[in-house]
Ligand binder design. Structure first.
Ligand code: NDP
Length: 245
């Protein structure tokens, strides 16, 4: 995605990946590798927030960082996931009530953004431990054990269930009832039909995977990588092209 932009716009940079095993070593790894910027993914986005010298914009609200910039030797953190997701669901009509499944970094970013947009948010997670953040934000919160069903415009899977396995993000019996009360379904996972999306398809619910979210957050991250040297539309066009390759 990013290399496609660098190539199309003749920007002297290369985007590649490195496997960070220990979140506590994020800052040292970033500078040891001599990076100018980076994206951080599961499970290090909260560690990335801790590692930054300064955090800007929406990342400050949520305590979750997915984009890092080397600004004169200082590590600066941003969050582009939430705005990327808003872009992804902009084609769904009048979303006023959302159920988020999962309570990790992505869920935090989305919940805070939805609340900012005055959308009602319910969070359902496997365990209780991460729920207090969402309760404080004004969300309804449930674990699998005490979940109470309501009606939702959109249900989003932000867990990693289905990413490298064939698991549902919550027990299937629960999900069947949830989908019966839902207009749209979205998964943060992209590039595959997860069991979550497969069930939505079976039930004829309009659904989308995380590809548009990936594109949306990527365009915003790329603007930061190139320090706004190009118009957003040019970045988006070059980046979209990489999805067709
Ligand atoms: P985190 O590790 O921060 O959070 C994971 C959450 O998933 C936790 O709430 C955890 O529950 C829950 N979980 C993990 N495994 C299971 C399971 N087998 N069953 C039920 N719940 C589970 O992850 P992130 O928020 O950083 O990322 C989540 C997903 O979103 C990843 O798959 C990632 O690839 C995707 N993503 C996609 C993006 C895109 O651009 N399309 C952008 C960002 C993320 P518990 O608290 O009980 O441990």
């Amino acid at each position: 995605m990013h290399n496609s932009v660098f190539k199309a716009l003749a920007y002297d940079a290369c985007y590649t990946r490195t496997h960070l095993l220990d979140g506590a070593k994020l800052k040292a790894t970033f500078f040891d590798l001599g990076l100018s910027g980076a994206n951080v993914t599961v499970p290090h986005k909260e560690a990335a927030f801790q590692a930054c010298d300064a955090v800007r914009g929406f990342a400050k609200t949520v305590g979750v960082v997915n984009t890092l910039i080397n600004e004169n030797g200082k590590l600066i953190g941003y969050n582009t996931d939430a705005d990327g997701f808003m872009y992804a669901i902009s084609e769904f009509n009048s979303i006023q009530n959302i159920l988020i499944i999962g309570a990790g970094g992505t869920a935090k970013a989305l919940a805070a953004k939805f609340k900012e947009e005055n959308i009602d948010v319910t969070v359902l997670n496997r365990s209780e431990g991460r729920l207090p953040y969402f309760k404080e934000l004004g969300c309804q919160t449930y674990s699998w054990e005490n979940f109470e069903l309501s009606k939702y415009d959109l249900v989003v899977n932000t867990t990693s269930a289905g990413l490298k396995d064939e698991e549902f993000p919550c027990p299937k019996e629960l999900l069947v009832n949830i989908f019966d009360a839902t207009s749209y379904v979205a998964d943060a996972i992209y590039g595959k039909l997860t069991p979550f999306l497969s069930l939505a398809k079976e039930k004829n619910i309009i659904y989308k995977d995380g590809a548009d979210m990936l594109l949306g957050q990527g365009v915003l991250a790329n603007e930061l990588f190139v320090n706004f040297a190009f118009p957003k539309e040019s970045i988006k066009k070059a980046m979209s092209h990489s999805f067709e390759i």
